[in-house]
Write a protein that binds this ligand. Structure first.
Ligand code: MRU
Length: 349
């Protein structure tokens, strides 16, 4: 796929990380510098940067920003401060495993370098964060290539939330498959679920599709059943925030409904994700912590109040799709079909 990304959602610039502040999109393309671990925590919490791989990458840079100015002479002090910072950064958002995965990887790297001088260990932390970032770019490209083989000619694809370059190091996950299919001339049109309540579909995916010149139509989330009933959807493809050992998949709220609908209409339902999203420590989806977000996201639409004062709200940011509703999981290593547990173990150990 010969495609030059029209933007970089995350960039490392010598002593700071620069992100597109996604809360301004689609109206304005605003880039902000994050100079401290505290600023990184805040950017993840407020979803200035969001999407499972993207928060893992930014969190990794955040850990480096937290340790780089420490004046400690001893390894033990550096390690315990890094450990405290990793826990702090990880507390910003609980569901996507990529954040804790990246932080654990950095902590393991620090420990493995314990005999080295402190300044050298700090450089190793930065190098590892940059490696995680570059690795994600490569993984996303491969996901697109592998997923491309599942897409029929003239495909009409429905997607949910945002899985593009904004949500990853580059290209995206499910978005990368869409991009690949488009460049292979196989794509007729993408249906973009607007993705209530924060509208990642209409604000972000539509913005990315426009930049990539891919034909799409935006629909309200509740139109998905009707579109499928009318034969207007050939397949559903979306990303993941955490996939457990048996293939159960946590993703943006509304994903499970789409899986049930796809099943009812006999339409393939695909999940695309890199290996960093597969959590081999959890057996099933019931063990995944689901983030609950502020009631304001539901009771207000922008600045407009859309529910009476004091309305009680339940606002889970994610849901869990049981593995039996998933036709295949597309990873950088190829397309994985059920039985996911057996096949994950073969591929990822
Ligand atoms: O709450 P968000 O916007 O961070 O949720 C993101 C999603 O659910 C994405 O679908 C998922 O992270 C996959 S990103 C490649």
């Amino acid at each position: 796929m010969d495609f030059k990304p029209p933007f970089q959602s995350i960039t490392w610039n010598d002593d700071r990380v620069t992100i597109i502040d996604q809360t301004f999109l689609p109206e304005r393309e605003v880039y902000v510098d994050l100079n401290t671990a505290g600023q990184v925590w805040d950017a993840i919490k407020k979803m200035k940067v969001r999407g499972a791989p993207a928060i893992g990458i930014t969190g990794a840079y955040g850990l480096y920003l937290g340790v780089k100015d420490l004046n400690e002479g001893s390894f033990d002090t550096l390690y315990s401060e890094a450990d405290r910072l990793a826990e702090y950064l990880n507390s910003a958002r609980p569901t996507a495993v990529n954040l804790s995965w990246a932080l654990k990887r950095l902590m393991a790297t620090i420990y493995a370098a314990k005999e080295k001088p402190i300044e050298e260990i700090k450089e190793i932390v930065l190098d590892t964060a940059i490696t995680i970032h570059n690795e994600d770019r490569r993984l996303c490209k491969s996901i697109g290539e592998h997923g491309g083989e599942l897409i029929p000619e003239n495909a009409k694809i429905l997607t949910h939330c945002n899985t593009g370059g904004l949500a990853t190091g580059e290209f995206g996950t499910a978005f990368s498959v869409i991009l690949h299919a488009h460049h292979a001339g196989k794509l007729k049109q993408v249906w973009v679920d607007e993705t209530r309540p924060l509208l990642q579909g209409s604000r972000l995916t539509a913005w990315e599709l426009q930049k990539a010149e891919i034909p799409f139509k935006l629909n309200v989330d509740s139109a998905a059943a009707f579109l499928m009933q009318q034969g207007k959807v050939d397949l559903v493809i979306l990303g993941a925030d955490r996939i457990t050992k048996n293939g159960d998949t946590a993703n943006k709220i509304g994903t499970y409904s789409l899986a049930v609908l796809a099943d009812a209409h006999n339409i393939p339902f695909y999940v695309a994700a890199p290996y960093s999203t597969i959590d081999m420590d959890l057996e099933t989806g019931s063990e995944i912590e689901i983030e609950e977000r502020d009631a304001n996201e539901v009771t207000n639409f922008g600045n407009k109040q859309t529910a009476p004062d004091k309305t009680d709200v339940y606002n889970p940011a994610f849901d869990v799709t049981p593995n039996h509703l998933i036709s295949a999981i597309i990873t950088e290593k190829g397309v994985i079909k059920p039985n996911f547990k057996t096949n994950f173990e073969k591929l990822f150990g």
